[in-house]
Design a protein around this ligand. Structure first.
Ligand code: SF4
Length: 460
């Protein structure tokens, strides 16, 4: 007989602290500060209040509940006021605990959660998913099972089998990983998911008033430097479903701001126009932001205006370069003329544009980096990231096949690369010069070099 308070699945979401104590071990991400505990508590409170909840756990929760599983969630269990909830839920001896590592890359941080699970509920199967698990064998080793990609369908299937008493290694789809451990394949897009369900926002605990929304998975483009697993093909949800989800969150949770998480929401302008029409038809008065590329607005003259009229106030614009030679080598599928035209239309529509640029791709020189800086200074960007080029495994393999095109790029991912005339440290130096050139004479910096650019900051 199943006890009344039996729990099939405990979902856990957390994110690393921003500040670390001084003298951390190499491999530990963060900004190091001896007063870390105090700073972290303050930052946690601030982020709790203003940062949108992550989408992963509400999506996992929706599919697991639809499969008939009993599900509970704890968000940020390492925060002082959430720890007791984790311990109460572990006292119910959940069959499985699934931890999303979307924002956890430090094995030491993750161990604070997994060791608590092992201590209080040793029979619970620990399942890991998300970017941290994908990136680190040390992180994967803390779980009993690693689910790759989007895991909502696979997770529900695995826990249903565990509930039937099937031992984990014999669950269909679970395979041994060379070198140890078990894994199961999730979805790259929506394959195998019979019905895409709206996120179960009862699973999120946050004071934030801006929520994420997903209209598609994958990416229709295939940029040379990108290691996004779903690139090359993008699957969209029906626009009417997305608009209905926005309306429901607006109605039920009073949320008026949304952040589309799609790699490029505008890759199919017809979809975005349909979405805007559905939002208008539903009488939705909300503000939203999204990721986009300038070529979409160059191809479709009225798209930016249409989006602005439907509530789009901000775009994170993946520009990456303004130089035709670099754009071609990056396989961006656009040239400088398209970048300029697309940006001009977004600015004209009154949308606040954050620009993202890559500095140091093979072929970059001090002259091209400073020309990029001048380009940014001359336009009304709200802000800009200058990211030092990091070479993915795929990029290095591509360069090995086309050495002349990529100036003999070779080495190790992500920062251990070199090519003719440049290596990572040199590219980082160009990044800092470009940032300084943009910000010269400004009281408030416009361009930023993200801290992960630092050669001494992971990922290495
Ligand atoms: S558009 Fe963005 S997500 Fe898509 S392949 Fe290019 S860099 Fe990757």
């Amino acid at each position: 007989m199943t006890p009344a308070n039996a729990l099939d699945l405990l979902l856990i979401d957390d994110e690393e602290e921003i500040f670390r104590p001084s003298q951390p071990p190499r491999g530990s991400a963060g900004v190091y500060n001896p007063n870390s505990a105090l700073f972290n508590l303050g930052m946690a409170l601030l982020r709790w209040a203003v940062v949108p909840p992550k989408l992963a756990v509400p999506l996992l929760s929706a599919q697991a509940k639809a499969a008939g599983l009993s599900v509970e969630t704890v968000c940020r269990p390492t925060l002082p006021w959430q720890g007791p909830r984790l311990r109460r839920l572990l006292a119910r001896r959940p069959l499985a605990a699934a931890v999303t590592t979307v924002a956890i890359f430090d094995p030491v941080f993750l161990a604070r959660i997994t060791s608590e699970i092992r201590r209080l509920s040793p029979g619970t199967v620990i399942i890991l998913g998300g970017h941290g698990a994908a990136a680190s064998a040390e992180i994967r080793a803390q779980g009993d099972l690693w689910i790759t990609g989007h895991g909502e369908r696979r997770l529900a299937e695995v826990v249903l089998e565990l509930k039937k008493g099937v031992p984990l290694p014999q669950v269909p789809g679970v395979t041994a990983v060379p070198g140890g451990g078990l894994s199961a394949a999730g979805s790259l897009r929506y394959e195998g998911i019979p019905r895409v369900l709206p996120p179960d926002w009862s699973a999120a605990s946050t004071l934030a008033r801006s929520y994420p929304v997903e209209a598609s998975r994958g990416c229709r483009f295939n940029c040379a430097f990108c290691d996004f697993p779903g690139r090359g093909c993008q699957a969209f949800r029906p626009a009417a479903d997305v608009a209905a989800e926005l309306a429901a969150v607006r109605r039920e949770r009073g949320v008026k701001k949304f952040e589309f998480v799609d790699s490029s929401l505008t890759s199919d302008p017809a979809f975005v126009r349909q979405l805007c029409a559905e939002m208008r038809a539903a009488g939705l008065r909300v503000k939203w932001k999204c990721f986009a590329r300038p070529d979409a607005f160059a191809r479709d003259a009225g798209l930016a205006r249409e989006m602005a009229a439907a509530g789009c106030t901000e775009i994170f614009m993946g520009i990456e370069s303004i130089h035709d030679g670099l754009l071609a080598a990056m396989r961006r599928g656009m040239d400088r003329a398209a970048v300029e035209l697309g940006l001009a239309r977004a600015f004209e529509a009154g949308i606040s544009v954050h620009g993202n640029f890559i500095i140091g791709f093979p072929g970059e020189t001090e002259a091209t980096a400073l020309e990029t800086a001048a380009f940014v200074r001359a336009r009304p960007f709200h802000s800009a990231y200058f990211c030092t080029f990091g070479a993915s495994r795929e990029m290095l393999d591509l360069a090995a096949r086309e050495p002349a095109r990529y100036l003999n790029l070779a080495g190790t991912p992500v920062k251990g690369w070199r090519c003719d005339g440049l290596d990572y440290r040199g590219a980082y130096g160009l990044t800092l010069k470009a940032v300084a050139a943009v910000n010269a004479g400004r009281s408030k910096p416009l361009a930023v070099s993200p801290r992960t650019n630092d050669p001494d900051c992971p990922p290495f």
